[in-house]
Write a protein that binds this ligand. Structure first.
Ligand SMILES: Nc1ncnc2c1ncn2[C@@H]1O[C@H](COP(=O)(O)OP(=O)(O)OP(=O)(O)O)[C@@H](O)[C@H]1O
Length: 302
């Protein structure tokens, strides 16, 4: 799979918000059909990287000062640099080819329209179908995410649904357009553990059925272990390490990653956020060999 050129290739992305360098020379790749987990503490630049892929960095105050984001998921398979596309072209990519789901479904769902109207509208915007067909697609999308009695649910408003159900609606809406890549930004963090497992299981199934790639942004290493093929570790806007999931857990190379794994919660004690682990001078002195590699770039395996 990984001999083919990557579906998405972020190269040397730098995004600033005033003095804050939110992404600092970030590079990562997502291959067709894989799940790439992006982990790191709060503020490490995970969301900013995903928002850049969709051209959603608010400028100003944000400013993209370097980088290219190559996308090969269009109908013709040609590589286009998403950072260089006009907004009109991005509107065709966003939703149709690359979809995004968030921790808080109300970010995506509009409270004043029914679920059916919202999914149907998204389908009509991005797929070449009639209004009648779009409603059928919406019903099928709800069914695919495990919603019972989808025909009735089409008439429901977001506030009438539970948190887990809203999450399913958001996923249904994102997947109804059959994107090649799903950016999932902490999609289950707000949900209780059982619903979280159900939703992640559902995503895995749909992904396998459709060959969709997923960029899974999370601070939860348990979720990474269960769901990822490869992992990118970020801190302070930088990529510190890239590895296959088994390698990362068995043999973390960067001291920061080792710290994260050492701090991994025992079963039943999931912290709200990853603890902050110093990656600065104190660790670097003890890890001289690592430091040289960090200066040369970041740790990349596989
Ligand atoms: N719209 C914005 N205006 C100003 N600063 C921003 C904005 N968006 C992000 N930042 C800053 O960019 C940095 C990276 O933020 P980002 O949201 O990517 O972190 P994250 O790793 O996704 O963290 P979290 O897990 O908390 O979502 C942070 O310092 C954040 O404050």
């Amino acid at each position: 799979m990984q001999d083919a050129p990557p579906l998405l290739e972020v190269r040397d992305l730098t995004v600033r918000f005033g003095d804050v360098v939110a992404a600092d020379g970030v590079s990562m790749e997502v291959h067709a059909g894989e799940t790439l987990a992006v982990v790191g503490e709060s503020g490490s630049g995970k969301s900013v990287t995903a928002m850049s892929v969709l051209g959603l960095i608010p400028e100003p105050p944000g400013e993209t000062t370097s980088g290219e984001i190559w996308w090969r998921g269009g109908a013709d398979g040609d590589a286009i640099d998403l950072l260089a596309q006009p907004e009109k072209r991005m509107r065709r990519v966003r939703g149709a080819q690359i979809a995004m789901i968030f921790q808080e479904p109300m970010t995506s769902l509009n409270p004043v329209y029914t679920i059916g109207d919202q999914i149907t509208e998204a389908v009509l915007l991005h797929r070449d179908v009639s209004p009648g067909e779009a409603e059928g697609v919406a019903r099928d999308a709800l069914q695919a995410v495990g919603v019972a009695d989808p025909a009735a649910r089409l008439h429901e408003y977001p506030h009438q649904a539970s948190g887990g159900m809203r999450q399913r609606y958001m996923i249904a809406m994102a997947l109804a357009c059959r994107p090649r890549l799903l950016l999932a930004d902490e999609p289950t963090t707000a949900l209780d553990v059982t619903i979280q497992a159900q939703i992640l299981g559902l995503l895995r199934t749909l992904q396998a059925e459709r060959g969709m790639a997923v960029m899974l942004i999370t601070h939860d290493l348990g979720v990474v272990a269960e769901n990822a093929d490869r992992v990118v570790v970020m801190q302070g806007g930088r990529v510190l390490e890239v590895a296959g999931v088994d390698e990362l857990f068995a043999d973390p190379r960067h001291p920061y990653t080792r710290g994260l794994l050492a701090a991994m919660p025992r079963l039943g004690h999931t912290p709200e956020r990853l603890p902050t682990v110093p990656a600065g001078a104190a660790l670097d002195r003890r890890e001289g060999a690592c430091l040289q590699e960090v200066e040369a770039g970041h740790f990349v395996r596989s």
